[in-house]
Design a protein around this ligand. Sequence first.
Ligand code: AMP
Ligand code: GLY
Length: 421
Amino acid sequence: MKVLLIGAGGREHALAWKLAASPLLTKLYAAPGNPGIGEEAELIALNIADHRAVADFSKANKIDLVVVGPEAPLCAGLADHLDRAGIKAFGPKAKAAALEGSKSFTKELCAAHGIPTARFAEFRAREAAKDYVKQHGAPVVVKADGLHAGKGVVVAMTMDEAIAAVDQVFTMSEESEAPVVIEEYLEGEEASFFCLVDGEKIAPFASAQDHKRAFDGDRGPNTGGMGAFSPAPAMTPAMELRALEEIVRPTAEALALAGTPYRGVLYAGLMLTAEGPKLIEYNVRFGDPECQVLMPRLKDDLLTLLLATCDGTLDQVSVRWRDEAAITVVMASKGYPGDYASGSEIKGLERAAKIEGVTIFHAGTKRDGKRLLASGGRVLNVTAIGKTLKEAQTRAYRAVDLIDWPQGFCRRDIGWRALAR
Ligand code: AMP
Ligand code: GLY
């Protein structure tokens, strides 16, 4: 099978790495990819925002499956375009991708189908939002609608923070003309739950936890994710069953009933509260960096599973996991998630990757001749498996310490929540 993978981050490197191991694969292309993905796939300089170009390339090269990594092309209708062109694609069409693209779409769907989530209100006027916050008090969560990769969200613990957050998020939103959402604060442990979904058929995939805050001890600003581990001990089998039956299944059924069935991986960001799992948000793709810890643990062939999702045969597949735990430490450019400099040189990756159980996924790198340079906020995902999470963590940080990149930083405590249990 010939596969085209869309995307350029650490998530896509992990997908490429796993797809490349598939016995079904004859050729893997990636667009636009990155230097790490280039070790697994032939990189194609396609503008992925140009859906016709993606379809034309797929036709000309007899691509059997297009795997779309990130949310932006899905929300923009890439899967719709490929479907019309008769090309098989893994990832939902735009109407179903609104689960991630529009918080208000998801909130309304939850309200209509009794899916547990935080109470919310939507505002287009700054003063009305402030009045609402003053009435309801802190803690409270202020979010920009639309796609902000976790960065358009402020969890305000005090009233002063809440008022400042309304100002900050309104300023962000005015640029995108999106409404501001104010949400009830949910208390509990967060977990990411992934399911393969095709219409009303659902194959629960796995759980993971990520660390969203920039600094040790889960402090500092929200980021796209500074590290992750899997499995997530907080996600017990009983909790997983509730999340499946109370959240994911009613969502899949509602979309199918509306004539916009979901096809792809559905990522439920959950808060495990005292009352049970509640939905924080949906994503319509694998998590980044969660995918980087799922792929090394997946025993079964990824390509078979992605094809089954597209072919309506999800009820015939098995999804099996290795007993080992996996962890990934994100190395980011100093300054991330704020301003950071690009172009600094990274050395020592070969040495670090030799440590037992370690695989290094590239997220934001570029080549300059023989040199490897940083070219983004999140730059490397130093990933390790081990018999225990502790072993995986020790291996990952041993590898981190062999990487010579003074302009980078990472958290030193990835996995602490699970290890402290
Ligand atoms: P989101 O982009 O909606 O996933 O939000 C980013 C992060 O903000 C989440 O991963 C949570 O850590 C936090 N968060 C979002 N909504 C809530 C909420 N209602 N209660 C508590 N924390 C939240
Ligand atoms: N790790 C969070 C995300 O992928 O959205």
